[in-house]
Structure formats: C-alpha cells, structure tokens
Design a protein around this ligand. Structure first.
Ligand code: HEC
Length: 121
C-alpha cells in the first residue's frame, strides 16, 4: 500500500516538474512598449542587464536576458504572469528572504513591465 502511494507521488512530482508548462504560460496582458520605458524609469538597470533597455547594464543581479524562457523566478517560484506581476510589486511577498528590494511599483506599471520581460526570448 505504501509503495502505491510513493509511486503516485513520484508520478505527480514528475508531471508537475520541469515540463515547460511555466514557459508556455502567456506573458502578462500589459503594454510592453510602455513597460520598456518604465524599466528605465524605475532604474531596474542599476542592478540588471535588460536587453532593449539602453540604460540597463547592471551587473549586481542576474541578467534578465531570455527571461521569458525561464521556468522560475528567484530559482524557486514558477515564472507565470501572475507571480511575475506580484514579484515586481513586492518581491518579498513572493520570496520573503529575497535580496531584491521593493521598488514601489504599482500594479499597472508591474503589468506593463511584466509584459515586456515575458517577451524576452
Ligand atoms: C538593488 C538591486 C535591484 C534592483 C534595483 C532591481 N532588482 Fe530585480 N533582482 C535583484 C536581485 C538581487 C534578484 C535575485 C533575487 C532572488 O533570487 O531572490 C532580482 C531578481 C529579479 C527578477 C527574477 C529574475 C530571475 O531569473 O529569477 C526579476 C524579473 C527582476 N529582478 C526584475 C526587476 C525589475 C523589473 C526591477 C525594477 C522595477 C528590478 N528587478 C530592480 C536586484 C535588484
């Protein structure tokens, strides 16, 4: 009986694991052109390198190159549009011990920035 449960758990873990589902998730429904401008205005580039945002050449944090193809945010949370928007509004509400600071981003601005980041292939 125990073995049946373990097998079921293993199958569930396999199906829910790295199957690319998060990558296939559609980008946030925002305005990516406005998002690119906001990424510059919020100075995200003081820490991150962001392709297509001229001022964003930071080396302090991970590059956001190909971010749309990543499965995880902070290596731990699924990279879906909803989680990404919440991350941009308040990173510590997604990963409490993260070192990315809260940037005072509004929900509307977060959606537009997420729309841009989600398209980075
Ligand atoms: C003071 C430096 C700093 C600034 C400014 C900053 N970030 Fe970050 N960011 C980080 C750090 C550090 C991480 C890694 C966090 C972790 O792994 O817990 C991160 C992670 C991220 C991630 C997840 C990347 C991944 O592959 O896991 C995204 C997306 C992101 N930042 C977007 C932004 C945006 C958009 C802005 C501007 C609104 C911004 N960041 C401003 C430091 C910063």
């Amino acid at each position: 009986m125990k073995r049946v449960w373990l097998t079921a758990l293993a199958v569930a873990a396999f199906l829910g694991g790295c199957d690319g589902a998060a990558v296939a998730d559609p980008p946030a429904a925002g305005d990516p052109t406005r998002g690119a401008r906001l990424l510059a205005q919020y100075h995200c580039g003081s820490c991150h390198t962001i392709p297509g945002v001229a001022s964003a050449r930071g080396q302090v944090a991970v590059t956001l190159e190909s971010f749309g193809r990543r499965s995880y945010i902070g290596g731990r949370m699924p990279n879906t549009a909803q989680v990404l928007v919440q991350w941009l509004i308040e990173p510590s509400s997604v990963i409490p011990d993260t070192t990315m600071p809260d940037m005072g981003v509004s929900e509307a601005d977060a959606k537009d920035m997420a729309a841009y980041l989600g398209k980075l292939e």
